[in-house]
Design a binder for this molecule. Structure first.
Ligand code: F6R
Length: 250
């Protein structure tokens, strides 16, 4: 694992955007795996800036998001589809049909069950030739996507029950903790590990223990980010707070 530590969130965000921009320069039709949450927002802002000021084009890119809450329609203010529309897709030149975010409102007119959808999502990723670069955040319990502690490290796209810790962490986006969905649909750890390149971003002290576990403890399904130890091309971009519990200071 390649670990890079910066002073602050802005530097982390710029470094992550630079990696994406380089992949797109080399392969304009790259397949990108995207995350939601607070962490990638700065990177998305930087990509939008580069699109507007430097003509960085996303016109041939395809994207797959990691996850979505179950029970929210795509236009719900807290759905991850809406998050992506507002914070990235509507501000760059990606064709809407090239963007994929799991559905959280099944059954719907296209899918009768989550099982059918999960198989479909996996096959859509495979059809593109696989994800070139996957961006990840990390939960304070070590989750990547919504692969909570105990999720098998070879799991594929599936439905999960969110832990109390994740529900508490994400309550800040909702009016009350009671509004946070209890389930989500998520790419599996096995799905994520197939991405050719992985970039995990973490900032802030409340990620420090999860980051220490992911890097310095033995690989375990109790911290699903630790599965990245097995991936041949993973870069973690951290700020000093997230890196503060690492034995070996970077
Ligand atoms: C979101 C996702 C989650 C978040 C994680 C950290 O698509 O997959 O794993 O990356 O919960 O969230 P933030 O960035 O809000 O701290």
């Amino acid at each position: 694992m390649n670990i890079i530590v910066f002073d602050d969130y802005e530097q982390v965000s710029r470094a992550a955007a630079e990696i994406f921009a380089k992949v797109l320069a080399r392969k304009p039709n790259a397949v990108l795996g995207l995350a939601t949450g607070s962490t990638p927002l700065g990177m998305y802002r930087e990509l939008i800036r580069r699109h507007k000021k430097e003509q960085l084009s996303f016109a041939r890119m395809t994207t797959f998001n990691l996850d979505e809450y179950i029970g929210l329609t795509p236009d719900h203010p807290q759905s991850y589809r809406r998050f992506m529309q507002e914070n990235l897709f509507s501000q760059i030149d990606i064709p809407p049909e090239n963007t994929h975010v799991p559905f959280g409102n099944i059954p719907n007119e296209q899918f009768d069950s989550y099982d059918t959808f999960c198989d479909y999502y996996e096959s859509e990723i495979a059809k593109t030739g696989g994800i070139d670069v996957q961006i990840l955040g990390i939960g304070s319990d070590g989750h990547i996507a919504f692969n909570e502690p105990g999720t098998p490290l070879d799991s594929r796209t599936h439905v999960v029950a969110l832990t109390e810790q994740t529900i508490r962490d994400n309550a800040r986006f909702f009016e009350s903790i009671h509004d946070v969905p209890r389930q989500a649909i998520t790419m599996g750890v096995g799905t994520i590990l197939e991405a050719r390149k992985i970039v995990l971003l973490a900032t802030g002290k409340n990620k420090a223990e999860a980051i220490r576990g992911a890097i310095e403890e033995q690989m375990t399904d109790q911290n699903t980010a630790s599965a990245l130890q097995n991936h041949p091309d993973t870069t973690m971009i951290l700020d000093h707070a997230a890196a503060s519990l690492l034995r070996q200071k970077k």
